[in-house]
Design a protein around this ligand. Structure first.
Ligand code: GLY
Length: 448
């Protein structure tokens, strides 16, 4: 946990922005995998962690703004619980570390919520929390005011959070290096993926998201890791640890199984790397991330034009969405306590503004962050080129964007796979700073 002053200060700011009523933050609960007592690893809700730091299940945090009181609702561990799990820190001691004075039984919460005050809560993303809210018969809908206040706070990373994020990225760098070290013909993808998870867990945390380690990198979030690596293939490894404090890292590298790229792989790799570098150079406070995304798309389109896969004016091709045959997703997302930070609160609040609604177009609709960047935002930059045979066939059959796409040439890339390069950045006063220790990304470095 951070020092209690940090949590007290965060809550003070939140209270001053909401003003009156009750703020209700249910923490996460244990979830059965295949029966009740066989749990998934427990992961606390990130907003609950942000305001309390308490990493225990089955709690509810309440700020009664009208009375100026804060409460943690939950049950102390019973002797019978201790028989199974061994002792865990008492709720009282954890509340004390968080600067919360009152600990109450969960059964008394319902009456407090019936007191007539406005109740502010966030949109639930787990069914059991949804049911819990229903059981309290709260009449209000999730509070847009609370969503906006939380996003306003969590978007700007504090110095102590940056330290945690860099630590998580440090572990993630170790995972990437291990993947490159282990990759060789004959090894199964899952053997490598398992070792990456071992690193994250042995550092005291866990995976920040399920590892994508695949020779079929054309599928953006391909979690199947059953293939045996062969010479001539590339491995796309998109992995990240969350550290003990639950801050995330998220990195992607694409590298050849044999250690050496083929000329064709080199060509596509360098197009992606160029888009990555141009995007990084554009990062600064005030610029719309959507603008940075479109700039990266134009770089991809112009590189693909240079090797004969696209044609026409790259800017126009991107304006019409033709590049989305090769880059079907967004350039990046916010990162913090969640790998896609605060995505549970709604992308329209985290990544967009009322003046800049999220697009519904294929490709752009997967851009999770479009708004103007500000100092102390943390985000990923992850352009890619993906040759998805099913998509190529579908677009070709309908002649979609045939003014911009040379289908005869693209056909010959249907077995190519995909390439993505991803790093994490802090927006600074004048530009950006790469977070974590640098990891090889140029072809000479990867092959070296
Ligand atoms: N790197 C995995 C993700 O962005 O979801």
């Amino acid at each position: 946990m951070f020092s209690k002053d940090i949590y007290i200060q965060r809550r003070r700011i939140l209270a001053s922005r909401i003003g009156k009523g009750i703020i209700l933050l249910p923490g996460n609960r244990e979830q059965g995998m295949n029966y009740r007592d066989n749990h998934y690893p427990f992961r606390q809700d990130s907003t609950f962690l942000y305001y309390t730091g308490i990493d225990l299940p089955d709690l509810v945090f309440v700020m009664d703004l009208d009375r100026g009181k804060e409460y943690v609702y939950g049950e102390e561990q019973s002797l019978e619980d201790t028989v199974w799990t061994g002792p865990v820190p008492s709720l009282l001691s954890m509340a004390e570390k968080s600067g919360v004075e009152q600990v109450c039984r969960l059964s008394s919460l319902k009456d407090v919520l019936k007191g007539g005050s406005a109740i502010h809560y966030l949109p639930p993303y787990r069914a059991d929390v949804h049911l819990l809210l229903q059981s309290w018969e709260i009449s209000e809908k999730p509070s847009v005011e609370l969503i906006q206040a939380v996003v306003l706070q969590r978007s700007y990373k504090q110095a102590e959070e940056i330290i945690q994020i860099e630590q998580a990225i440090g572990v993630s760098v170790g995972m990437q290096r291990k993947a490159m070290e282990l990759a060789r013909p004959g090894i199964r993808e899952s053997e490598i993926a398992a070792q990456l998870q071992a690193i994250a867990v042995s550092e005291g945390g866990n995976l920040a998201f399920p590892t994508i380690l695949t020779v079929n990198g054309q599928f953006l979030h391909n979690h199947a890791s059953h293939q045996v690596l062969q010479n001539g293939q590339m491995v796309l490894c998109d992995c990240g640890a969350e550290n003990q404090m639950h801050y995330a890292g998220d990195l992607t590298r694409t590298f050849p199984v044999s250690g050496v790229f083929t000329p064709r792989q080199k060509e596509i790799y360098n197009i992606v790397l160029n888009a990555h570098e141009k995007a990084i150079a554009a990062l600064k406070p005030g610029i719309l991330f959507k603008e940075v995304h479109l700039l990266a798309c134009e770089q991809l389109a112009s590189g693909l034009k240079a090797i004969g896969l696209m044609k026409g004016d790259p800017k126009e091709a991107v304006a019409q969405g033709a590049h989305a045959l090769f880059f079907q997703c967004g350039l990046g997302h916010m990162m913090g306590l969640d790998v896609h930070d605060m995505e549970n609160l709604g992308e329209q609040y985290v990544g967009y503004t009322p003046d800049l609604p999220k697009s519904t177009e294929f490709g752009l609709k997967s851009l999770r962050l479009g708004r103007a960047l500000e100092q102390n935002f943390v985000l990923t930059v992850e352009p890619g080129i993906y040759f998805i045979p099913q998509l190529i066939e579908e677009w070709k059959a309908t002649g979609k964007h045939s003014d911009f796409i040379n289908y005869a040439a693209v056909e010959t890339y249907k077995d190519f796979g995909g390439i993505r390069v991803e790093e994490d950045f802090l927006i600074t006063a004048k530009g950006s700073r790469l977070l974590g220790t640098p990891l090889s990304k140029r072809i000479e470095e990867i092959e070296g």
